[in-house]
Write a protein of this length. Structure first.
Length: 593
């Protein structure tokens, strides 16, 4: 069974020996308004109404003697994947369902659909497709974690019937393989409880949102296995198969787990009459424990000097929508040059200087958020405005994103004593070193900027690398020792995303971590630091961030240092909108003068 606009799916199924059914459950043939007119007392939404239509199609199939009632499958793609999940959750007669690129409201948990993950957020869907879901869903705009259920709850209703979750690993906006794997891991427990763990499956593909015949044929392969028409075994390929307990037990016993925290407040509460701790000594200690937090970086060779830049792009540019600008030009550290451990990057330069006496160009290294496409066209406005201000922008894919998803999949098998965050910091430091070698760029005016994960990496990097001129971040952190239980907090880094496993040793007592973000911020002093914290960010405590920023100012005042830290609090949820981007760029531009 599939929807009216998926006739091609049914064609392939029929050639494979299935009876095919298409029904009116798509935009091009939609009877939902008529259903709602017939049943005005029900407040169902468009997608649930279409799911109800699928149930009526099953009613008809039950009247046909040639139908095997125990082998009825429903497929759907994009918005049709959402309704297919709804239909299968409320009708056990649908014994197998394939959800293909259903995105938000489909395979992806709502709590991982805010702007940090660059998926379609609840408020976005409610604004452009208000008819799809019930209006009460809008109450959770920006408060996704407050939903009493999530998509894994919905899909739990499908068990023990067969379920396949499918998406592209580099699908912009509509797919997030990391988030889908969280759903899969959660559902796997339930399917094990039912004794049928093989009936919940994953299938990732490459490419964009659309599917091809290769994908449909693979879907039918999966159905053949589920319906006993094939004795093959399905392989669930995962790209984020990280488990903290396994890491702790088998991979990386810590050499030294410190027992006493190293808290910034101690700098403000030194005994009267006692000699003040020199800031340099304090920062040296902070860097030592920051390095411990990131794990042991393996020894290696330095990359060759960057001799030239190229207009030849990486092969991924043919697949991903990389940023394009009209007020500058792009040069690549690729494919025959590389920075660090053979990493590629893109340098966006302002229009050529008219006067040969002009100063070298300042650079902003922009680090992206949790987005599976890596750096993409969503960065166009940021890059364009930086170029207008006469600043170059360098960006690259972070480990596990964009062109580097496959590279990140087996990271802890390859580097059991390091961390993904440590690798990201190393890559960023390598970018700094490479840019210092590029003729025409100002080696003394290299700034780091980033939103969400990118901002976190920028803070770690600047704390360890004193050559960085300044840092500007948005929605990048919350102090972990005091993080509210509703936030991802310390377990977000150590257990959920697998970014900083060493912090997991303190998950039961976050107050004991050896270094927290307030100390990391202090290691950046007295260099310029901008922190943007949205007023209603569900991932952070505005009060705790504000206290950290005030402590930085107090330390600077006590030691006679310039007060270079600045805190900007825009209204709204966790976002890096145009006004915040403009504020950040303007702040960096002022610091380059």
């Amino acid at each position: 069974m599939s929807q009216w606009n998926h006739r091609g799916w049914v064609q392939i199924a029929v050639r494979r020996g299935y009876l095919g059914v298409i029904y009116a459950g798509a935009d091009v043939f939609d009877e939902t308004i008529h259903y709602q007119e017939v049943y005005p007392e029900y407040d169902w939404s468009a997608l649930m109404t279409r799911a109800w239509a699928a149930h009526r199609a099953v009613d008809y199939l039950y009247t046909l003697p040639q139908v095997d009632r125990g082998k009825i499958a429903l497929t759907g793609h994009s918005r049709n994947a959402k309704l297919s999940l709804f239909a299968a959750a409320f009708d056990p007669r649908i014994t197998a369902v394939i959800s293909s690129s259903g995105g938000t409201g489909g395979e992806i948990p709502y709590r991982y659909t805010d702007e940090r993950h660059a998926n379609e957020s609840i408020d976005y869907l409610n604004s452009i497709r208000p008819q799809w879901f019930h209006p009460r869903l809008r109450f959770y705009n920006g408060r996704e974690h407050k939903l009493p259920i999530d998509q894994n709850s919905l899909m739990a209703l499908i068990a023990p019937n067969a379920l396949l979750l499918s998406s592209s690993i580099r699908e912009a906006g509509g797919g997030d393989p990391w988030a889908i794997e969280q759903t899969y891991v959660s559902l796997k427990e339930l399917y094990r409880f039912f004794g049928v763990p093989e009936k919940v499956s994953l299938r990732f593909r490459d490419g964009k949102h659309a599917v091809a015949a290769r994908d449909i044929e693979s879907y039918i392969d999966w159905l053949d296995i589920q319906f006993g028409r094939s004795d093959k075994t399905w392989e669930n390929q995962r790209y984020y198969a990280y488990d903290f307990d396994q890491w702790k037990q088998n991979k990386n016993p810590a050499d030294t787990v410190p027992k006493s925290p190293f808290q910034l407040a101690s700098l403000l509460h030194e005994r009267p009459g006692s000699a003040s701790t020199p800031l340099e000594d304090w920062q040296k200690e902070v860097r030592k424990w920051t390095q411990w937090t990131l794990g042991r970086e393996p020894e290696g060779l330095a990359a060759s000097p960057i001799e030239s830049l190229s207009t030849q792009a990486d092969y991924m540019d043919l697949l991903l929508n990389r940023p394009e600008v009209s007020n500058g030009r792009r040069l690549n550290i690729a494919p025959y040059n590389a920075l660090g451990d053979y990493q590629h990057g893109a340098l966006y330069l302002p229009e050529k200087k008219q006067d040969a006496t002009e100063k070298a160009i300042p650079v902003v290294i922009y680090l992206h958020k949790y987005i599976n496409t890596g750096f993409d066209e969503s960065m166009n406005p940021f890059i364009r405005e930086c170029l207008e201000r006469g600043m170059a922008v360098f960006t690259m894919d972070l480990l596990g994103y964009g062109s580097r998803i496959e590279e990140g999949a087996s990271f802890y098998d390859r580097y059991p004593h390091w961390s993904k965050m440590g690798k990201m910091v190393k890559d960023t430091r390598d970018a700094v070193r490479a840019l210092r070698q590029v003729e025409g760029l100002d080696a003394d005016r290299i700034f780091l900027a980033g939103y969400a994960l990118g901002g976190t990496i920028a803070l770690f990097t600047a704390a360890l690398d004193e050559t960085i001129a300044g840092v500007a971040v948005a929605s990048a952190f919350t102090p972990l020792r005091s993080a509210d239980a509703s936030m991802e907090g310390i377990k977000g880094y150590s257990h959920l995303y697998g970014l900083v496993p060493n912090w997991g040793y303190f998950s039961d007592d976050p107050s004991e971590i050896p270094v927290d973000f307030p100390e990391i911020l202090s290691a950046i002093q007295p260099r310029p630091l901008l922190v943007i914290s949205p007023e209603q960010d569900r991932h952070a405590s505005l009060r705790d961030i504000s206290q950290s920023m005030e402590m930085l100012k107090s330390i600077a005042k006590k030691r006679g240092l310039p007060e270079n830290s600045h805190h900007y609090v825009p209204p709204g949820f966790n976002r890096f909108g145009s006004s915040s981007q403009h504020y950040l760029i303007d702040w960096i531009h002022q610091k380059t003068k």
